[in-house]
Ligand binder design. Structure first.
Ligand code: C2E
Ligand code: MG
Ligand code: MG
Ligand code: MG
Length: 287
């Protein structure tokens, strides 16, 4: 009896595995088609200074304009791409377009997410260098964001690739800080120019004292190690005010803007500039 049930479960499990594999294969084929049909698009989200009034950088976040499924977020297709090595092709597409767009946005640093697979590729620094040259973007206006999982099997290859990128003048940011496997010891190796503190920490920091202490200490930790610090996921005015009291140099979140297409990003930036110019004028008129 038990044996029968066991066998039945096994068959069911096998069936599920096959279905999952089948779905992954379909998405893979669809991604290849989409790359040729140019259905991917970079959206850009601004990264603001301490006061929330100046744009310091833009983060490229990929979207898929799917003809049948609509606008798809990265979570809907990047995991499949990651398993099939298609991530290298998508990653190159994102990087090339972000560098091209970055070269048209003066004074804005362009931030691009890079997957562990890309970073394990020994020729990745050459690709980056070639693209910077092609679009004439200064290396220090490119920042590559990596997550802690690149360090999991943290091979000397990855460390070497990071060091070669930094030698080009490219900046490296540690994304989603505080959510990974996170042994703090890797911070001693001086691999990163910036940490981006995961949005789960600002979430709740206004009301929860412990969350607030973790956030404040993480900001201080980053700064004391000589890195830049950005807090992700700022959605409310109170959160912004709180970060101001913590001397947090950079913020990113829906409070300022969601990720938007390049054209909109430009308009939004121009509006911000205008507002900034008008403020002192208003004061003068009033005085
Ligand atoms: P990430 O790099 O940590 O990017 C931040 C994510 O948080 C983005 O989600 C952004 O839209 C979202 N976000 C920004 N501000 C707020 C906020 O105030 N509240 C909330 N709730 N969310 C906010 P998105 O665009 O869905 O991207 C998710 C993740 O997918 C990214 O996380 C990144 O890890 C990955 N990703 C996106 N584009 C690329 C890419 O081109 N290459 C690679 N390898 N990964 C990418
Ligand atoms: Mg990121
Ligand atoms: Mg993040
Ligand atoms: Mg994330």
């Amino acid at each position: 009896q038990a044996k029968k049930l066991g066998r039945g479960r096994y068959v069911l499990f096998e069936k599920e595995m096959e279905d999952t594999l089948q779905i992954s294969r379909e998405i893979e084929e669809d991604i290849k088609r989409a790359l040729n049909a140019n259905e991917f698009q970079n959206y850009y989200q601004p990264i603001m200074d301490q006061t929330g009034t100046n744009i310091l950088a833009a983060e490229a976040l990929i979207r898929w304009n799917h003809p049948k499924k609509g606008l798809l977020p990265p979570a809907a297709f990047l995991p499949v791409a990651e398993e099939s090595m298609l991530i290298n092709r998508i990653g190159e597409w994102v990087l090339e377009n972000a560098i091209k767009d970055g070269a048209t946005l003066d004074e804005v640093t362009m931030c691009v997410n890079v997957s562990p697979t890309q970073l394990r590729h020994p020729e990745f620094p050459e690709l980056v260098s070639k693209l910077l040259e092609k679009y004439q973007l200064e290396a220090n206006r490119l920042e590559l964001e990596v997550t802690e999982d690149v360090l999991i099997n943290y091979s000397e290859t990855v460390v070497e690739v990071i060091e070669r990128l930094r030698n080009l003048g490219v900046k490296i940011a540690l994304d989603d800080f505080g959510t990974g496997f996170s042994s703090l010891s890797y911070l001693r190796r001086d691999l990163f120019d910036k940490i981006k503190i995961d949005r789960s920490f600002i979430n709740g920091a206004v009301t929860d004292a412990k969350a607030r202490e973790i956030l404040a200490s993480s900001i201080t930790l980053g700064l004391r190690l000589g890195m830049q610090v950005c807090v992700e996921g700022v959605e409310e005015e109170e959160q912004k005010e709180l970060l101001l009291t913590m001397d947090c140099p950079m913020m990113q979140g829906y409070l300022f803007s969601r990720p938007i297409p390049l054209g909109k990003f430009r308009l939004w930036r121009d509006d911000m500039d205008e507002e900034l110019e008008q403020k002192p004028r208003k004061i003068r008129v009033g005085a």
